[in-house]
Design a protein around this ligand. Structure first.
Ligand code: IMP
Ligand code: MG
Length: 180
């Protein structure tokens, strides 16, 4: 389908769906009496967001923030906002949704940025967590799978903006990373 052999998926589409149902059940229970705003971090979170939203049985709205991590942004910030959220999150219960927590820099930056608007509560949900790579002290409140220090693609996760459309998650073969 995409021209390279990924071998055996790290997580199949069924495993991903089961995990999302589990997360959805937990979140539905914990926010049962609240009005939740889920904020997806584009582009990586799109498939995770669309499946997780449909697993929730609570009152929920959605918004997005499009950002990119950049070591060389002109303002010296570790993360560049390409398109900002529509909503102000003051007094709202916010759940920030991201595909993966790696160094933690992106979520740390976004969390601080949202916290400055005084939400009623602010939590983080990631599908994947690579704890070995953390550069800042931060943990997700909800994490689907913990993975070792490998570069993964599929189900929203990209390498140079490709492979997001794989319906499963796979480790990117080493040769692919080296060619670019
Ligand atoms: P951070 O290092 O926690 O700030 O992660 C920032 C971003 O790096 C994530 O949102 C992903 O877009 C990307 N990223 C980190 N690890 C991987 C990976 O294994 N595959 C694809 N993208 C990744
Ligand atoms: Mg990415």
């Amino acid at each position: 389908m995409v021209g390279i052999d990924f071998g055996k998926p790290l997580f199949t589409r069924e495993e991903i769906q089961r995990k999302i149902q589990e997360l959805g059940n937990r979140i539905s229970t914990e926010y049962a009496d609240k009005d939740l705003l889920v904020v997806g971090v584009l582009k990586g979170a799109i498939f995770f967001m669309s499946d997780l939203m449909r697993s929730l049985r609570i009152s929920v709205r959605m918004d997005f923030i499009h950002c990119t991590s950049s070591s060389k942004s002109p303002d010296g910030q570790p993360v560049r906002i390409l398109a900002d959220m529509k909503e102000n999150v003051k007094d709202q219960h916010v759940l920030l949704l991201e595909d993966i927590m790696d160094s933690g820099v992106t979520i740390d930056f976004l969390k601080k940025r949202l916290a400055a608007q005084n939400p009623a509560s602010l939590k983080v949900c990631v599908l994947l967590d690579k704890p070995d790579r953390r550069k800042v002290r931060i943990e997700a409140d909800y994490a689907g799978f913990r993975i070792p220090n490998k570069y993964v693609v599929g189900y929203g996760l990209d390498f140079e903006d490709r492979y997001r459309n794989l319906p499963y998650i796979a480790v990117l073969p080493h040769e692919e990373r080296q060619q670019s």
